[in-house]
Ligand binder design. Structure first.
Ligand code: G4F
Length: 332
């Protein structure tokens, strides 16, 4: 029997990798997108270019229960992956209200529509290591207390609690992945890793002379997004719903990322990177490091791509996109 999957946030980094994974497994893949994306496909659907003919897109707004209800009733999915969110932590300080509204209500609307229309649908919620925030222990696992440090983190805790409550109250197969930072050449330019690797390419091509960054001492557990979407799928194949930390278990500072990215391009970052106090956050998450032993044990999931390989892949991709040919850069 063909299985139907519905993905919110399908146009993003994770959504596009997940859609390709599910197509490869024989799913009929549907995506919820904003109407503007359908009207401007050249700019807004680029990550779906290679699979565009194989996905069915439906216009809906996460701010409208009616539009979500309508889309879910059309698709009647067997599996639903809720990835869409205002996901840029820094922006959540600029507009706390819209971050909370979009992220909490969007999750609630989708859960409610699934419960009303397809109660046997398996549901995935994209939780985040930002829920741990100012964590009391390192590394963090599924039992670590949440202490979010932004409205983004708070909205994800609320989404996590909603998902757990639908599981307990309505017996839905609803699971949350607590994903640590995951990157790739498809990462949005606003996030620090892509800002750095695209900045390296701009400097190499002579289009820029410096890169302005905020807190270089923050530490993150960075993995590859392509591997992390596989964990999402594995969660929904389990007999019972549950919550899982997905991480590499290794942490590096932003400074280490910068140093390696510039060095890979043959540059010394100290000559190009300038500190910008405006880019520091009002409340920072100083260190994230995940313990994904439960996912390894129960899902059989593990990461393969390490920090150095990830940084090199992102620098190489941005250099290629900028038309820079360098010796030894791996084509992918
Ligand atoms: O790349 P970031 O913006 O990612 P952040 O805040 O860790 O959040 C990402 O990962 C979460 C999972 O843990 C997701 F839930 C979330 O949606 C998102 O994908 O910032 C990483 C670190 C921060 O400590 C930040 O202060 O980099 C530091 N940083 C230093 N300079 C900067 C900059 N971040 C950005 N975006 N831009 C800078 O110029």
């Amino acid at each position: 029997m063909e299985r139907r999957a519905l993905i919110t946030g399908i146009t993003g980094q994770d959504g596009s990798y997940l859609a390709a994974l599910l197509i490869g497994k024989g799913y009929e893949v549907h995506g919820l997108v904003r109407r503007v994306a359908l009207e401007d496909p050249e700019h807004r659907l680029t990550r779906l270019d290679s699979i565009r003919a194989q996905v069915k897109l439906h216009a809906a707004s996460l701010e409208s229960y009616a539009s979500i209800h309508q889309a879910v009733s059309k698709v009647m999915p067997h599996e639903c992956y809720h990835l869409a969110a205002q996901s840029f932590v820094s922006y959540s300080f600029d507009d706390e209200f819209s971050t909370l509204n979009a992220n909490i209500n969007g999750t609630h609307y989708l859960l409610a529509a699934a419960k009303n229309l397809v109660p046997k649908c398996r549901f995935y919620f994209a939780g985040s290591s930002e829920m741990f925030g100012h964590a009391g222990e390192v590394p963090q696992n599924e039992n670590t207390h949440f202490h979010p440090r932004s409205t983004y983190g708070i909205s994800k805790v609320a989404g996590f609690d909603l998902t757990r409550n639908y599981r307990e109250a309505y017996k839905m197969h609803a699971s949350s992945g607590i994903l640590f930072n995951h990157e790739s050449p498809r990462r949005g330019y606003e996030f620090v890793t892509r800002k750095i690797t695209s900045g390296v390419a701009r400097i190499l091509s002579g289009r820029s002379k410096e890169l302005r960054l905020g807190n270089l001492e923050a530490k993150r557990d960075w993995g590859h997004a392509r591997e992390y979407v596989d964990a999402m799928w594995r969660m929904l194949q389990q007999d019972d719903p549950d919550d899982y930390v997905i991480a590499t278990g290794v942490t590096h500072s932003v400074r280490e990322f910068v140093e390696l990215a510039f060095a890979h391009a043959g540059l010394d970052y100290r000559q190009y990177v300038a500190g910008d106090p405006d880019l520091f956050r009002p409340a920072e998450v100083n260190i994230l490091q995940g313990d994904s032993s439960k996912a390894r044990r129960k899902l059989g999931w593990k990461h393969e791509v390490g920090f150095e390989e990830l940084v090199r892949e992102m620098v190489d991709a941005d250099c290629r996109a900028a038309g820079i040919e360098r010796k030894g850069s791996a084509a992918r």
